[in-house]
Design a protein around this ligand. Structure first.
Ligand code: GLU
Length: 530
């Protein structure tokens, strides 16, 4: 084929894909490997798959990719399921509820893969390799000594190794008959340009010479990720593969596998999502960044089954799932409008893959906090009370339940998390000390008498509510020819023990006449007694 023909051929394949996409039902999958807790990047991949599917009335599948049994971590699978459940990404088919194209765990599909590996060997696109670990190591050393920049098992090296391309047919047969361990490697073509269209990146092209002869089937009788992934996506009727950028280097191999298996016309479309970058500097966001800068990188808390080490999770940190989800949606996507607050339903409506960028998305912990704050403000006081009570109990604060809606109402403008409302514990407890900074600046000779008079004024109001108290306070300042700064800061610290918080008159109304006047007097006495 000359290059024009090749281009036309590619266009034809592309058009066939488009047709298929428009005509058939969209089926996408989230395909995590249970090798540890799901990173927030993984949850974002799940979310984008979900949004893409639901927008088009398609199906969202979950497939557990556990071909590498050496990396299997107990509990990781449950963690994946619980994470998706927490944020409400309901799957249509998965290992637990099943579906028409199951099983959905690759370990349960193990017998299915060999015929495809065999087909690739028979058609000359793959070969048996008998090299031992030592021989592979030797090869790498040899290439390193020869200053080969990227030592790998490839089209040049393969002819110096022990495989079905270099050994005689008889010898290969003998080794197989003797059950000698082998792997199956893909035979990467030499000097071929592998081109494919990515929904986010446009046309991607890679020289096959730069690719290695990846193992597609292992000596333990299991396929590797590459083969299993392609076979399963094909058999499960996946129409679009939406996954993280870290899989982009594997995509050319996947394209070739589809071609060699004869599935090119029904191959899924690819979309590689942008990386999630650390908040400072460049590079992928890692757990270490979270530890260093104090934010979770996991949706749920995770206890490492081996070391017992506990990693924090968004849920347990007090994030609302809506805020977590909303934040994730903006990691790489934007609606093209000013709107920032989206429910899951609204995201489905607004989402399009065209609005996903290819540049890495910087993670912003402050923004995540901001999202939580927006959702907190939006909640009813009653629903926040339910969340608050366990925190109050844990902190040993005694309260009257009827007081809590009002308390939450006063604190919610100042908190991004329900737990932060505990800063207002003075609503339930007398202060034990006052901030020295305020006292040293504001406590003057006349302060005691001024505050006593003010307390008397408050004592005599008809109705002990914030508005009346404030009006009386202003009147007092006028009569006494005092500025706000003379008594207000003292009043606040005697009432609350801290220098800032909700409006002082709101605090007084909440505490009631008896308690607030007692606190003011206690403050004066404490000062008088030095
Ligand atoms: N099992 C791969 C992972 O853990 C899936 C990659 C893909 O979606 O193709 O991310």
């Amino acid at each position: 084929m000359n290059s024009w023909e090749k281009l036309l051929n590619e266009r034809a394949i592309f058009a066939a894909h488009l047709k298929k996409t428009i005509l058939s039902e969209v089926r996408v999958r989230f395909a995590p490997s249970p090798t540890g807790p799901l990173h927030l990047g993984g949850v974002r991949t799940a979310l984008f798959n979900y949004l893409f599917a639901k927008k088009q009335n398609g199906k969202f599948l979950l497939r557990i990719e556990d071909t590498d049994q050496t990396r299997y971590v107990p509990g990781a699978e449950d963690y994946i399921r619980e994470s998706l459940e927490w944020i409400g990404l309901e799957t249509d088919e998965d290992p637990w509820k099943g579906g028409d194209s199951g099983p959905y765990r690759q370990s349960e599909r193990r017998d299915l893969y060999w015929p495809y590996a065999k087909q690739l060997i028979e058609s000359g696109h793959a070969y048996y390799a008998f090299d031992t670990a030592e021989e592979l190591e030797e090869m790498r050393e040899r290439l390193k000594r020869a200053k080969v920049p990227n030592p790998q098992y490839n089209s040049t090296v393969r002819m110096t190794m022990k495989n079905s391309l270099t050994l005689s047919a008889d010898e290969v047969k003998e080794r197989l008959d003797n059950n000698e361990p082998y792997t199956v490697r893909i035979k990467m073509p030499r000097n071929e340009e592998v081109r494919f269209h990515d929904m986010i990146r446009g046309w991607v092209q890679v020289q096959s010479t730069n690719l290695d002869d990846k193992v597609i089937f292992k000596s333990d009788g299991m396929p590797t990720y590459h083969l299993a992934n392609i076979v399963d996506d094909h058999l499960m009727g996946i129409t679009h593969v939406i996954r993280g950028e870290e899989w982009l280097p594997s995509a050319p191999l996947h394209i070739l596998l589809y071609r060699y298996l004869g599935w090119e016309d029904s191959r899924p479309e690819f979309a590689h999502l942008p990386l999630i970058l650390k908040p400072d500097g460049n590079g992928k966001l890692s757990k270490r960044d979270g530890d260093r800068l104090g934010f979770p990188v996991f949706p749920l808390e995770w206890t490492d089954p081996e070391s017992g080490e506990v990693s924090s999770g968004y849920k347990q940190k007090g994030y609302f799932k809506e805020a977590f989800l909303n934040m994730l949606a903006f990691l790489g996507w934007n609606p093209g409008t000013e709107q920032e607050i989206f429910s899951l339903e609204q995201l489905i409506e607004a989402f399009s893959i065209e609005r996903v960028g290819k540049a890495g998305a910087k993670f912003d912990a402050e923004k995540t906090r901001w999202f939580n704050q927006q959702y907190l403000r939006d909640r009813s006081n009653e629903s926040l009370v339910d969340i608050l009570i366990p925190y109050l109990d844990k902190a040993g604060i005694s309260y009257e339940k009827e007081q809590l809606p009002a308390f939450v109402g006063l604190m919610k403008e100042r908190a991004a998390f329900v737990e932060e409302m505990l800063e207002g514990r003075y609503f339930f407890e007398q202060p034990t000390s006052y901030p020295e900074k305020v006292l040293s600046k504001k406590w003057k000779e006349k302060s005691a008498s001024q505050l006593y008079s003010l307390a008397e004024e408050f004592e005599s109001v008809d109705s002990y509510d914030a508005e009346t108290l404030e009006a009386r306070f202003k009147q007092f300042l006028e009569e006494q020819e005092l500025g706000m700064g003379a008594v207000m800061p003292l009043l606040r610290v005697f009432l609350t023990g801290v220098g800032s918080g909700p409006g002082v008159f709101d605090v007084m109304a909440f505490l009631g006449k008896e308690e607030s006047l007692a606190r003011i007097k206690l403050g004066i006495e404490r000062q008088n007694n030095g």
